[in-house]
Unconditional design. Structure first.
Length: 429
């Protein structure tokens, strides 16, 4: 049975539906891809700013480069931030309630090299889905966040606590720069929700993550087309992959408690890329003298991540010493983005979780599913480093970080309704 907050939220969101669909399509059609060397988020932030302006809301755009002057340990100092802007809207409360932060990231991954059925920036609406790069990760969630503050503004509702809606940069590639900038400038709240794609489930925990490149340089390219032995790491990569697989099997035997207790592989180890020359016709036929494997380690919220990484490096060194080839040609260990990301877990009986559970159950007409995220994200920073209790709840879709990504638009509307219903209760509680 619907409660009063759910009924009010659905009534307030309904008139915005067509505008929200256009906003989502416009955001997908605006390239906001980020790469290791930087990001292009500001054009899409301007689209969102104009939408807020059209709904009578004042937003603030601010540059994030100031984080490079901070001493915050998780700033990725090798990355550029000048010109990359966060956006924030604040619905001022009466001061008699709890504040809420609606966080989401505007950056997307790149479109990649594999072909798409449509343009990655088509924003096409077909069979109830909006298609394109970033539609699911996470422009659909950003639109749901925007719906909350626009609905409150249109209805003239002043909540008891402040509602902050922010669109940040630099979440992809484990950056976290936008969220760090937002917290360091003083934008804080009593609770946070991030509408990453969760298939309308509530995630009360996220994993940590660490990406490392394992590289071997072996042999002399000058030996090719000569009588000398041609040494190459390409075949030897197989034994290094076996070592990684052994690590993965050991990690899979972890027995976690809490939010990850029922995950069959609670802390996966994944090979993201294997490279030793390429199949590109522009590359001459030659025996490669370099081989590399990109590995993604994930960690449970309660683990001592830094200690686990040190142990992995120790085991890799032991492997190299025990293998004649790798004893002669040791594997180099190069973190892709610097230090690791850290996960988080919100207690199962936390009031913010209970509030979201009630809102989701009432809106969806069934008991809300509460579980944990199969990925890291900015939640770890917000919760662990800045002390803001954080949950994830977002729309349904598929194809994140892959071609033909899409988000189900009805689920974006459901997400907005749940978030608004929860905000009405939380901010006035």
């Amino acid at each position: 049975m619907k409660d009063s907050a759910t009924s009010a939220a659905q009534k307030l969101i309904r008139p915005l539906r067509n505008d929200l669909k256009r906003l989502l399509q416009d955001l997908v059609r605006t390239n906001s891809a980020a790469v290791l060397a930087g990001g292009n988020e500001t054009p899409a932030q301007l689209v969102l700013r104009d939408f807020f302006r059209g709904n009578g809301l004042r937003s603030e755009l601010y540059d994030t480069a100031f984080i490079l002057r901070s001493d915050f340990p998780q700033v990725r100092r090798q990355k550029p931030y000048a010109g990359r802007k966060n956006l924030i809207v604040r619905v001022q409360g009466s001061g008699r309630g709890q504040s809420l932060l609606l966080n989401g990231h505007m950056d997307t991954v790149s479109a990649g090299l594999r072909p798409w059925s449509r343009s990655p920036w088509s924003g096409a609406f077909h069979q109830g889905k909006v298609h394109g790069l970033g539609s699911f990760d996470m422009k659909g969630g950003l639109v749901a966040n925007a719906a909350v503050v626009c609905a409150l503004k249109r209805a003239g509702i002043r909540p008891g606590g402040d509602i902050l809606c922010e669109s940040v940069i630099d979440e992809e590639w484990g950056g976290g720069g936008g969220t760090i900038a937002a917290r360091l400038r003083g934008d804080t709240a009593d609770a946070c929700i991030i509408p990453e794609g969760t298939q309308l489930e509530i995630y009360r925990a996220t994993r940590g993550g660490f990406v490392v490149d394992l590289t071997i340089d072996a042999g002399d390219p000058a030996a090719y087309f000569s009588k000398a032995e041609v040494v190459s790491p390409a075949v030897q990569l197989g034994r290094l992959l076996e070592w990684i697989d052994k690590c993965a099997k050991q990690r899979s035997r972890l027995r976690p408690s809490g939010a990850y207790a029922k995950f069959p592989d609670p802390a996966p180890v994944q090979v993201l890329a294997v490279e030793s020359n390429t199949l590109d016709a522009q590359v001459p036929l030659s025996v490669p003298s370099r081989g590399a494997i990109r590995v993604y380690f994930q960690f449970l919220p309660q683990e001592d991540v830094d200690t686990v990484i040190l142990d992995l490096r120790k085991k890799l060194k032991e492997f190299c010493v025990s293998d004649p080839f790798f004893r002669k040609y040791p594997v180099s260990w190069t973190p892709l983005i610097g230090g690791p990301l850290y996960g988080h877990e919100l207690a199962h009986d936390h009031p913010w979780l209970k509030c979201m559970e009630n809102a989701a159950s009432s809106t969806l007409g069934k008991t809300a599913s509460i579980t944990a995220a199969p990925y890291p994200c900015d939640a770890g920073l917000i919760h662990r480093d800045f002390g803001i209790p954080t949950l994830l709840f977002g729309p349904c879709g598929a194809g994140a970080h892959n071609p033909d990504e899409y988000v189900d638009f009805d689920s974006v509307i459901r997400t907005a309704e749940v978030l608004l219903a929860a905000a009405l209760v939380w901010a006035n509680g």
